[in-house]
Design a protein around this ligand. Structure first.
Ligand code: ADP
Ligand code: 5GP
Length: 199
């Protein structure tokens, strides 16, 4: 672990498996910080306030924008999502890597402010599989699923700008790819050479 943590942006189409793969990555990893976003969307069954998201009203969301409380925020398929800034900075200062599971517009905002952030895009094996995962998840109406799939086409165009693509074929393999990326990013010359020379 480096002295200060790094920001890892994890983006990718809805249904690609970001939450599932990150849950696997986080098992037993006290050195990682999961950034809990604020959102105006309703909780899904099984989602807990303060764990998966901070579920807040549109008024409160606007208030947080005015207070400059977000590192980034964006609208996605009719709802607002944002990354509270303070907890991320606190985690980085404590030497933890901060994992931001966000969509591509927010990712651009973070990268513009923090160009050291590492951008990872998670993709499913195919479009058919993406649709199947969204349908099987059972959390969205067919209309919302179509909107999410349309949005996925736009998001995929951004993937070329990213540093890594993780293929979520099986959850274990995808989590392993993420672990490898995090590990490699901590072996960067710029992070290690000065500390070595000082010894
Ligand atoms: P996202 O967070 O990217 O929107 P989720 O983690 O909610 O995606 O996953 C979407 C659906 O696909 C969920 O029902 C999840 O259980 C399933 N899923 C995730 N990864 C895989 C995988 N590797 N193989 C099969 N199903 C998966
Ligand atoms: P969902 O409604 O499926 O939980 O999330 C929809 C999309 O919003 C996903 O791509 C998810 O990664 C993204 N998202 C979640 N939190 C944030 C956030 O704080 N900021 C941004 N920009 N996107 C987010």
């Amino acid at each position: 672990m480096s002295e200060t943590g790094k920001i890892f942006i994890v983006a990718g189409p809805s249904g690609a498996g970001k939450s599932t793969v990150l849950a696997e990555l986080f098992r037993g990893r006290g050195d990682l910080f999961y950034s809990v976003s604020a959102t105006t969307r309703d909780p899904r069954p099984g989602e807990a306030d303060g764990v998966n998201y901070h579920f807040i009203t549109a008024d409160r969301f606007r208030q947080m924008i005015n207070e400059d409380a977000f590192l980034e925020c964006a609208e996605y398929v009719g709802n607002f999502y944002g990354t509270p800034k303070k907890p991320v900075d606190a985690a980085l200062a404590a030497g933890k890597d901060a994992i931001l599971e966000i969509e591509v517009q927010g990712a651009k905002q973070v990268y513009a402010k923090r160009p050291d952030a590492i951008r990872i895009f998670i993709i499913p094996p195919s479009w058919e599989e993406l649709e199947r995962r969204l349908v099987d998840r059972g959390t969205d109406t067919p209309e919302k699923i179509q909107k999410r799939l349309l949005r996925a086409r736009v998001e995929l165009a951004d993937a070329r700008e990213y540093d890594y693509i993780v293929l979520n074929d099986t959850v274990d393999k995808a989590a392993e790819e993420l672990r490898a990326i995090l590990r490699a990013e901590h072996c960067r010359v710029k992070d290690r050479i000065d500390r070595f020379l000082e010894r």
